[in-house]
Design a protein around this ligand. Sequence first.
Ligand SMILES: [Zn+2]
Length: 202
Amino acid sequence: MITIELLKEEIASIIRNYNSKGWSPATSTNYSFKFENSEIFVSKSGIDKSQFSADDFMTIDENGKGTGDFLTSKPSAETLIHCVLYELFPETKVILHSHSVYPVLISQTHENSVEFEGYEIQKGFDGQTTHEATVEIPIFNNTQDMIEFSKILKENKDRISNHTFIMRKHGTYAWGKNLFEAKRHLETLEYLCQCKYMSKVD
Ligand SMILES: [Zn+2]
């Protein structure tokens, strides 16, 4: 039986691992989880992700404001995105965000979405069963206006069918019913973006 403290440790370890891959430079990115049906835990703002620890999560309400011991703490600027994803996809328990390079490069040459077909690893997205399918991942323009971005996510819910999306020249979000699944979705998209960019095939 996993405890809340163990889950914090596991996610913190993955955050440090992703940092070592260059996916969260300069204190960027944010992460969250829900333990069973509890409140949302989100990464605090401004932490060097190579040093991220289990103590660097804070609780928030459904509007992204700090709760309990964290009423005056500052959550990440993108916290509202996490709140909206939990609302739109109620099965979600873990959300991961990356500022890795390949999705950013892909977003510079694709308009509203990027398609992948023929890759075995497409099956890493829950619901995909064969490499013969075409997988479409939406790309949304970056913005500092999180209320506006939340609206765009809600309007485009039906297009977000593979548990992940790209923010243009910014990064990726991926989520899942548990940490294992969220991690698989994020890493699947990272791999696909790298293949597509390096092969220079649209
Ligand atoms: Zn970001």
